[in-house]
Design a protein around this ligand. Structure first.
Ligand SMILES: *Cc1c(COP(=O)(O)O)cnc(C)c1O
Length: 373
């Protein structure tokens, strides 16, 4: 069997270092917001080409706290009649939309580009109203959105950009000869360290990246009960701190993140060069350096293909089977529910094995079976 993912195997190369770290951690006895979190924040800020990193509990909290901090800084309205609107892609993972709803704002869904699966920059302008304050982009599957175009739009309409970079640690887009990393385009940007992500912890974790010192201060306070000084609470905060032990593990894995990304790129290249043309493959564009968190192909007979692969002992996943606009939880919440491009993607997309533990032979086997479909 070639499973889609095996977190034991994907983490095996780090076991020894994790165990050493865990022993030190036990001896030290500092469990919340200690030296490991501080050091990880420095290292991840540096990796992400940003000034500040604030570790939080998970990716959803990262996005939610960013919007809260922006709302405080820029006085976004939560009044029902002049509700703040946030633009978000119609095919994202539901977390991006939940972060908007948790803040009392209105998600305005915009269709993706059928080739890149990322928000279609030429559809964004049509969705902008006087109530729009933020464009929330999602670098889906590990490919950076068309940030040069999106930045132009944001400047033209005086909007803020927030990145959901939960699937794109280390992915880049070259603008003016600079390879700019995911998380370095928006005013404040969120990451998840959910175990399956390219930079995955051994439990939940997340982070916010920003160059804005004022936001850095307010986000640090928000994640820790709205408090800068213990037992003195300045605002209604959250308890969403990156766990000290996860930070310790993440520091080990961060050193290997480029290796992990390069391994996934190598496997992606095999697929791209060898899969037959019946399958719609991910686009490869000049200036974009993708990290293939997910290697997604499309096929009209997706369900049949998934069954066939399983019969041949190959595990796959669907990211995602139900588009947000059709989720029961969002029923009656969205103005518009008709998103044909998102629907088409959700009906035809299939994620192939592309994990850190997969070998080139695993992928060649998947290709051999796929090409006989
Ligand atoms: C994983 C993910 C999240 C949420 O991260 P959690 O750590 O699970 O809360 C948000 N957005 C996207 C696009 C994701 O893939």
């Amino acid at each position: 069997m070639i499973p889609y993912e095996n977190l034991n195997l994907s983490n095996k190369p780090f076991f020894k270092d994790y165990q050493t770290k865990f022993s030190q951690f036990l001896e030290k006895g500092w469990f919340i917001l200690g030296n490991e979190t501080q050091e990880f924040e420095k290292e991840f800020a540096h990796y992400s080409q940003s000034k500040h990193c604030i570790g939080v509990g998970n990716g959803l909290d990262a996005l939610s706290i960013i919007l809260k901090a922006l709302s405080e800084k820029y006085n976004f309205s939560t009044n029902k009649n002049e509700e703040t609107e946030v633009i978000v892609p119609s095919n994202t993972y539901i977390a991006t939309i939940l972060a908007i709803l948790q803040n009392g704002f209105k998600p305005v869904l915009v269709e993706p580009d059928i080739n890149t699966y990322n928000i279609n920059s030429s559809e964004i302008e049509k969705a902008i109203t006087p109530k729009t304050k933020v464009i929330m982009v999602v670098h889906l599957y590990g490919k950076v959105c068309q940030m040069d175009k999106i930045q132009e739009i944001a400047t033209k309409y005086n909007l803020l950009i927030v990145e959901d970079a939960a699937q794109a640690h280390g992915a880049t887009l070259k603008i003016n000869s600079d390879n700019q990393k995911a998380g370095s385009f928006g005013i404040a940007n969120g990451f998840s360290f959910y175990p399956t992500k390219n930079l995955g912890a051994l439990g939940d974790g997340g982070a916010i990246i920003t160059n804005d010192s004022e936001l850095n201060e307010s986000i640090r306070s928000l994640r820790n009960y709205g408090s800068k000084q213990k037992y003195y609470n300045e605002k209604i905060g959250y308890n969403s701190r990156l766990d000290e032990l996860q930070a310790a593990f993440l520091r080990i894995k961060l050193q290997k993140l480029d290796d992990i990304n390069n391994h996934k790129r190598k496997l992606a290249k095999l697929y791209l060069e060898n899969l037959k043309s019946d399958f719609t493959l991910p686009v490869v564009e000049a200036n974009f350096h993708d990290v293939y968190h997910i290697f997604a192909i499309r096929h009209e007979k997706r369900n049949e293909l998934k069954e066939y692969l399983l019969k041949n002992e190959i595990g796959t996943e669907i990211h995602y089977p139900v588009p947000p606009a059709e989720q029961k939880a969002l029923k009656g919440i969205l103005d518009k529910t008709d998103f044909p491009i998102a629907k088409q993607i959700h009906e035809t997309i299939l994620s192939l094995p592309i994990s850190y533990f997969h070998t080139e032979n695993d992928i060649l086997r998947v290709i051999e079976v796929m090409n006989k479909f």
